[in-house]
Design a binder for this molecule. Structure first.
Ligand SMILES: [Fe+2]
Length: 284
């Protein structure tokens, strides 16, 4: 079971540059090619939000065209730059994007995918108009009930906002709402192998709620590695990265979910040819 995760595409319509610098459509094209070239192929792709930079309808139409060549199913959650209604309109065949306030998830894009060896649970952390993220009692109750349904199935939770500060000062200005409640909840469900997020545009890992939480790099741009509290808000155009979560079983041990980071080539051949190891010595 292989799960490829991409995040923070920040698409703008064809020909435009995000923030007058980032060719995000070109970046997504490279990432899609990269995923389709992986062997073995991932079973599924998850997209952890900020698909469009400003939630425009034509940005989602570009996203739909650029994601279409992916050879495997795609599931997504919104980010703070997304417009949920326009996402649902363009990705009309993604039924989980159409929600109603009377449904058990309270009208948020929270859903579970049961088709794989790893159960995938999507959490919507977005309050429209807010940059920061969080949950609420309704979504926490939905998550608790959903996790109780299958306590023995390894589970990956994916969402846009990380429920922890990143140490990138300008990204930590809005604390994640109900993060302590989420942490306590996760501690009661040890089948949660991973909580994986986006939003920070950098690869991060941390202990959370007795499980492991990760953040996926961005597709459209990477946030500058600057951990000073006064670090200015900005980005660099270093290569995109993806996370590949793998349910692995080796050495006779129980299956466990592990996570690889793969950088995506910025230009063909950037990382050079393949060199095999030979005559390897392990000195005594
Ligand atoms: Fe983002």
């Amino acid at each position: 079971m292989l799960i490829a995760q991409i995040s923070d595409i920040h698409l703008v319509p064809n020909g435009e540059l995000a923030y007058e610098a980032a060719d995000t459509a070109n970046a997504l094209g490279k990432v899609v090619d990269h995923i389709n070239g992986l062997s073995p192929a991932p079973d599924v792709v998850i997209v952890t939000g900020d698909i469009a930079d400003g939630g425009r309808l034509d940005s989602y139409q570009v996203a739909r065209e650029l994601l279409a060549p992916l050879a495997m199913p795609v599931f997504m959650v919104p980010g703070n730059h997304d417009h949920k209604g326009r996402m649902a309109k363009v990705f009309f065949d993604h039924a989980y994007l159409r929600t109603h306030p009377d449904s058990p998830n309270g009208g948020f894009i929270c859903y579970a995918i049961e088709d794989y060896a790893v159960r995938l649970i999507a959490l919507d952390t977005v309050t429209p108009g807010d940059h920061g993220g969080g949950l609420c009692p309704r979504r926490l109750a939905w998550l608790d009930a959903t996790l109780k349904e299958k306590p023995d199935v390894p589970t990956l939770i994916f969402m846009h906002h990380p429920p922890f500060p990143s140490a990138v000062g300008h990204m930590d200005l809005e604390p994640f709402k109900h993060r302590e409640d989420l942490s306590k909840l996760i501690q009661h469900h040890p089948q949660v192998e991973r909580i994986t997020c986006g939003h920070i545009h950098r690869p991060i890992s941390i202990r959370f709620g007795g499980s492991v939480a990760t953040v996926c790099p961005g597709v459209g741009m990477q946030i500058t590695m600057d951990l000073r509290p006064e670090a200015p808000s900005g980005f660099v155009l270093s290569p995109a990265g993806i996370l590949v979560h793998c349910l692995n079983q080796s050495w006779g041990d129980p299956p466990v979910l592990l996570t690889h980071l793969n950088l995506v080539e910025d230009f063909p051949g950037q990382f050079g040819p393949f060199y095999p190891f030979f005559n390897v010595e392990n000195p005594k």
